[in-house]
Design a protein around this ligand. Sequence first.
Ligand code: MRU
Length: 346
Amino acid sequence: MSFRTIEWLDDKVIMIDQTRLPAEEVYNSYGDFQSVAEAIKGMVIRGAPAIGVAAAMGVALGAQAIIADTHESFFRQLDNVCDVLGRTRPTAVNLFWGLERMKGVAESHRGESLAIIRAALKQEAIRIERDDQTICRNIGKWGATLIPDGATVLTHCNAGGLATAGYGTALGVIRAAHEGGKKIQVFADETRPWLQGARLTAWELMKEGIPTTLISDNMAGFFMNRGEITCCVVGADRIAANGDTANKIGTYSVAVLAKENNIPFYVAAPVSTLDLTLADGGQIPIEERPSHEVTHIKGVSIGPVGVRVRNPSFDVTPARYITAIITENGIVTGDFRSGLRKVAGS
Ligand code: MRU
């Protein structure tokens, strides 16, 4: 891939600034956990798996900076670091998965020196980033088997290299099919209000020479109805035990349109996006973001001053609209409840 989403370099966290793409390819450097938390909140880095990696690296940065005379004081401060990072974005469960994994590592070294605990946290954050790349390639391998040669694939938001440590989940499936020699093309929903599809997905795919057509969100049904879409592949922010899936706002509409038009609708996500503690999607917390994201585009107002706004960032697609869930450990169809438990190894 010709860009890095996030990496640990010389005890700093480097992230490509996704608020500035596609106009500018700028890399920011972060030296403390507070600024990593701000970067997650401000969408410098976004996408569920990438947020998980950023949170883990934030914990590692936080741990390096803690001044403590005792283990008790160190662990109290580490909890605070995790709390601050945990308050950034509520929907993507990968954030909390990353924090829990880091806490587990710290806990498993409790009997050792603080220097060893700090080193273990740094190694774990780097491992989470590397593992995510392998996981996405495996999602891609499984998912590519579902994409026919000559397919036109519709995707929503950005579930690509930018939303992960690299390669992507939904775009990983597309990349793997393309690398496997299938002649495919992609329809990218622009994804209002934040335009992840227009600004990020189209940018990523065009860089790799994958034929891409950008459409506004309200055009998806038109193309489905005319028989121009073969299948839909999207990512996920949290998948409940019954398969109900939270993903970027507008995903639900795409899934309903796909069912109406007999088009397969696939969700591609790592096992770290499963939240099997939730029976169904009704319990998934949905982030609501600031109103200016709806009323303004690039600082220009597109609505009357003072208009009331709602801005839910995600919606939940009921499992009945999902043809299959593609994970790094296999494809789940049919009875999601038992299938998801199996791929999660629980
Ligand atoms: O608000 P965002 O940009 O973080 O939302 C991202 C999405 O909804 C993605 O589709 C999801 O995180 C999957 S990323 C592999």
